[in-house]
Structure formats: C-alpha cells, structure tokens
Design a protein around this ligand. Structure first.
Ligand code: AMP
Ligand code: TRP
Length: 333
C-alpha cells in the first residue's frame, strides 16, 4: 500500500473546547482523515507555558479527547495522541532551536501578545512555544496543518525553520502548508463581539455547554449592533456579531430573512438570536450526545489516546533516528 501524505494538528488542553475550536480547527480535521494519514495531538506541554491548575490537567485532556471523538475523529483512521507521551517532540524542538535565529521568535505576534498578557511569567517555554510547535509538525514530516487564522504566523515560522534545517543538513523536511477555513470560521469572534473566542476570555460557547446555558449566553451576553437600542430601531447586520454567527450556522434563506427583518426593525434582536440558537443547538446536541456516551466510558477514551500515542511514537522515533544520522549525532549508534 502506498503511504499517504501526513497531516498534523494540535489543540492545547488549557480549558474546555469551544465553537471557535470546532469551526476553526476540528470541523476541518474530520474530512481530512479520509484522504491523509492524520495525527491529531493534545499538546499538554504547550499548555504549560501559562500558569495552570495542575489538578485539572487530566480532566482538560479528557475534555479535548472526548470532543475530538464526539466531533467525528475516528481512531480507526486518525491517530489521536498526547504530546507529552512522545518525548521525541521535545528532542526535535531542541535541534530545531539550534537553527532558529532569536529575532525570528522575537517578532512572532503570538509571543508578543502572550508576553503582554502574562508579564510576570514570560518564561523560556513561551519563547520556545513556536519551535516546539514546529517540532510537533515536522516530526511527522507533515505536508499541511489545519488551523485557525491566529496560527498563520506559527506556520510561516515552521516553514522557515524547515527551510533553514534543510539548507544546513540536506533536504529532509517538507515545508508544510496551512489549511485555514476561507469563511468566518477561520476567526470566530466571541460573545462580546470584540475579541476572538478564546478559552482565556469569558466569551465562549463551549461544546459541552448545556442547551439552557447556550440559550442564556446568546440572549444575555451576545452583543449585537450597539446602535440598535430599542426594538423599533433599525439595525445594521454588517456590524452585528450575531449576524456573523448566522453566516456560520444558518441557511442562506435564514440569513437573508434575518438581515431584512433587522434592517427594517421587523423583529427584535431576541427573535434573531432565537433562530441562531436553534441552529447552534441542532449542531451541538448530537455532539453532546456522543460526549455523554464517551464520558460514560473514560477507560475506552484513555485506551484510544494510549494506542494513538504509541503509534505516533513509532513514527517519531523513526524520524529522530534519521535526524540523528543527518546531524551527526551517531557516536553511540
Ligand atoms: P487552542 O485553543 O489555542 O489550542 O486552539 C486550537 C485550534 O483552534 C487552533 O487551530 C486555533 O487556531 C483554533 N481556534 C482557537 N480559537 C479560535 C477561534 N476563535 N476561531 C477560529 N479558530 C480558533
Ligand atoms: N499553537 C496551537 C494553538 O494554540 C496549538 C498547537 C501546538 C498546534 N502544536 C501544534 C497546532 C501543531 C497545529 C500544529 O492553537
């Protein structure tokens, strides 16, 4: 059998997964598992670059694994793995760090943003974050990486690191492309209508939020056109985040209906939100049913991750052996 090209992507277990993770990342992963050899990681070592609650780490890993599976990743097709179970990722990260000029990292926007966000904890891990991410990708010789828009600079850097390594040691790594959704899903804005939906901000609809919680969050926290104060004011859908979400979850007809009724004050924001909520729940309820089934058998979930991690490790060990050869780390071999 001919080997298929490989794809890697990862999600940090830094909180519960939300609809931004679903639209930007996981929903893209699902169709790829049919055409590529896919490896999807839960990148716990990356999650350590911010202060975190140690006691909840296993639970957050479980949440990520359960959501991967509930959203349609199939362990018969894709490898689901835990980053810290494949130490070759960190081994390669060291080697890649030796070919990465300091200024490349200093100019990565996510590094600057995180350093601003956690000024008392600008640790070396934060600095090395993009290099470890490059290692996650390159250890599997991945040709492409499905991610949200925020990860684009990391992918650019990964290609630069691969290129530098190849120039020094011979053509070895592919330069992986990013796969970023073309629509609004590439960067889902949170409930506040301002920032990107993020586990670190209180602006998320989580994949495991109860339907009542989702109804209430959208009704109470979902920011609409700020100029539409009264029910009788006409609104402007093009500056309303709820309308942006309609583009992600509602049919073309519903979008046209909502835009029209908003513009002529034919209905209120709550009516518009009710249509959106119905559509979000239509997507999430089946996912939540699968979550519940998986939560009832966490041993099985752990076995899937253990098995995926073992399979990933075999590939990573082969790559590391080749890298030791081409970099001259062969004294004991
Ligand atoms: P993280 O939660 O930072 O580990 O992100 C995991 C994946 O979800 C990455 O591919 C991100 O780019 C993607 N992602 C996270 N937040 C969003 C968002 N608000 N919109 C689109 N994609 C996102
Ligand atoms: N940096 C990514 C994020 O915050 C997570 C990540 C780590 C990742 N390693 C990766 C994503 C490798 C894709 C490929 O979302």
């Amino acid at each position: 059998m001919v080997n298929k090209e490989r794809i890697f992507s990862g999600i940090q277990p830094s909180g519960r997964l939300h609809i931004g993770n679903y639209l930007g990342a996981i929903s893209q992963f699902v169709p790829l598992q049919d055409t590529y050899d896919t490896v999807f990681g839960i990148v716990d070592l990356h999650a350590m670059t911010q202060l975190y609650e140690k006691a909840g780490m296993s639970e957050r890993i479980t949440n990520a694994a359960v959501n991967y599976l509930a959203c349609g990743l199939d362990p018969e097709k894709a490898i689901l793995m835990l980053q810290s179970g494949v130490p070759e990722h960190t081994e390669l990260a060291w080697i890649l760090a030796t070919v990465t000029p300091l200024p490349w990292i200093q100019r990565v926007p996510t590094f600057k943003e995180k350093a601003r966000h956690q000024p008392d904890n600008v640790n070396m891990g934060l600095f090395n974050y993009p290099v470890l991410m490059a290692a996650d990708i390159l250890i599997y010789k991945s040709v492409a990486v499905p991610v949200g828009e925020d990860q684009r600079p990391h992918l650019e850097l990964t290609r630069e690191i691969a290129r530098t390594f190849n120039t020094r040691f011979g053509d070895f790594f592919p330069e992986p492309a990013e796969i970023i959704s073309t629509g609004e899903g590439a960067r889902v804005i949170g409930l506040n209508g301002k920032n990107r939906m993020s586990k670190s901000l209180d602006n998320c609809i989580y994949l495991d939020d109860e339907p009542d919680v989702i109804r209430e969050k959208i009704a109470k926290q979902g920011v609409t056109d700020p100029a539409r104060v009264k029910r009788t004011d006409a609104g402007n859908p093009s500056i309303c985040n709820i309308f942006t979400w309609h583009k992600l979850f509602s049919t073309k007809e519903e979008q046209a209906y909502c835009a029209k009724e908003c513009r002529r004050a034919g209905f209120g924001c709550l009516d518009c939100k009710a249509i959106l909520t119905k559509n979000i729940l239509e997507l999430l309820v089946p996912i939540q049913e699968r979550q519940k089934e998986l939560m009832a058998d966490l041993n099985k979930v752990k076995e899937i991750i253990r098995d995926g991690t073992n399979r990933a490790r075999k590939i990573a060990q082969e790559t590391m052996k080749e890298i030791r050869d081409i970099t001259g780390l062969t004294y004991l071999s």
